[in-house]
Design a protein around this ligand. Structure first.
Ligand SMILES: [Zn+2]
Length: 460
């Protein structure tokens, strides 16, 4: 064996056992109650630790939405973004890849794939964004699926959606029949536009009013619509960053009718409420959708434990604090997105597992296995089975750290959770058998990450 992880508590989405894991040539080769150390080149001690599959975060932004000068640029790229991912126990990331205006979805994959191959320290997969459901892109959907890109993303929050909804439905039929899944941003564009106009007319433009620019009903109606699209086209839908109890209710009702609806939420909505926007500098917490009420937070946590929410992804899309707080911006133009890749899994471990809201097995399902299945990576990723990629995290459940943006690997200069005490952190992170992070020190180098070509969407 090349590597032995000894004396840990192995936890998968389906159960747990005390066992050793032997790794050979990047794969899990042996799982046994005791593997002799002398048979192994290197040994990592996992006594009193928990061993899980590496995190699979299917929703990150490590490439900008446009390469145009002056366009939006998040502060992390595949280099710093996957460095911060590895430090936080995430060994695979799914990037949202935008084409430029007029470019095809294939070009988006090619451009981002080339960039990531140079920079990524963790394995990656790519979801092309369908901005134009034109003939060229409709032709590319089955071809890209056959090549292992088995997902597509689009935004109900963009005005362009309603102008060509019939073509988007054609695209969904193609994604569904090709074995893929559609990631959908569910906020209604026209409602949000109207809400922004109302705010401008009333002059209520401070960050405190941000939630009124993107209200719960804009999210809920778009979510219901996405589920109806799935019902019509038979395309599985993955509702990204679901934020409200009302939108979750739409999903559970759809699921009760056997519509292929899957639900992602993200850490912002589990740990913070809209009260944050009233603070000095509250714009730092802006995400889209906005933070919601205490009741919504409660309903999302209940959804995690009862199985109504399938994944927790970060939607990692950070900005520097000065840009978030830029005084030229108002409640209708705040920059959405924060840094979460390094803190997501530890914070869920701390406030979910250690506080008894979710089990360890559920923690693995939410952060790794479910995403691996939905996006066609399973069982190569998201699993502790023999033959799987040896992507593993050894968790020290007793390590306490204070979140300090000066110490995290992201280029972002603040965290929405600055100063929070978090218990339970990765001691070792292993990617394809290679020790890529030890504590917060990352050894995985840029360029070692590989493009993951995927199989079809698997249901849960
Ligand atoms: Zn996103």
């Amino acid at each position: 064996m090349d590597l032995l992880i000894k004396n840990g508590l192995l936890v998968s989405a389906g159960g747990r056992s005390n066992a050793d894991i032997g790794i050979l040539e990047g794969k899990i080769a042996r799982i046994s109650d005791s593997i002799p150390e002398q048979e192994c080149i290197r040994v990592l001690d996992a006594t009193d630790c928990i061993v899980t599959p590496g995190g699979v975060d299917p929703h990150v932004h490590l490439t900008p939405p446009t390469r145009e000068e002056g366009g939006w640029k998040w502060v992390d790229d595949f280099d710093s973004g996957t460095e911060t991912a590895l430090a936080g126990g995430v060994t695979s990331v799914g990037n949202i890849s935008f084409p430029e205006r007029g470019e095809s979805i294939r070009t988006a994959i090619d451009v981002d794939g080339a960039e990531a191959s140079k920079l990524a320290r963790a394995d990656f997969f790519l979801h092309p964004v369908l901005l134009e459901p034109n003939d060229e892109n409709l032709r590319e959907i089955p071809a890209l699926h056959a090549e292992g890109h088995t997902s597509i993303k689009f935004f109900l929050s963009f005005r362009r959606f309603d102008r060509q909804v019939d073509s988007y439905l054609k695209a969904m039929r193609s994604v569904g029949s090709s074995g893929g899944i559609a990631l959908i941003h569910c906020e209604d564009a026209a409602i949000m536009e109207c809400c922004c106009n109302l705010l401008r007319e009333s002059g209520d433009l401070s960050a405190e009013h941000y939630p009124h620019s993107r209200p719960v009903h804009a999210e809920a109606v778009a979510t219901r619509r996405a589920i109806a699209f799935s019902e019509t086209t038979d395309c599985p839908v993955y509702i990204v960053h679901l934020a409200s109890g009302e939108a979750l209710r739409a999903c559970t009702e759809g699921r009760a009718r056997s519509i292929k609806t899957f639900v992602e939420t993200r850490p912002l909505y589990l740990h913070l409420t809209e009260e944050k926007y009233k603070e000095e500098g509250g714009a730092r917490y802006a995400g889209a959708p906005p933070l919601r009420s205490k009741e919504d937070v409660f309903r999302l946590w209940a959804g995690l434990s009862f199985g109504d929410v399938d994944t927790i992804a970060t939607d990692h899309a950070p900005w520097m604090l000065a840009d978030k707080l830029d005084s030229k911006r108002d409640a209708t133009t705040l920059l959405p997105g924060v840094a979460e890749l390094e803190t997501n899994m530890p914070m869920l471990f701390s406030s979910g597992v250690l506080e008894g809201k979710i089990t360890l097995e559920k923690f693995v399902a939410l952060t790794s296995t479910n995403a691996a299945k939905l996006f066609g990576l399973y069982p190569r990723k998201g699993s502790l089975s023999i033959g799987a990629d040896a992507d593993l995290v050894v968790w020290d459940p007793n390590e306490v750290r204070t979140i300090d943006s000066m110490k995290t690997k992201t280029r972002c200069d603040y965290s929405p959770y600055e100063g929070w005490l978090v218990k339970g952190w990765p001691r070792y992170t292993v990617s394809r058998g290679e020790l890529v992070a030890q504590g917060s020190e990352v050894m995985g180098e840029p360029g070692r990450g590989k493009l993951i070509l995927r199989g079809p969407h698997q249901s849960l």
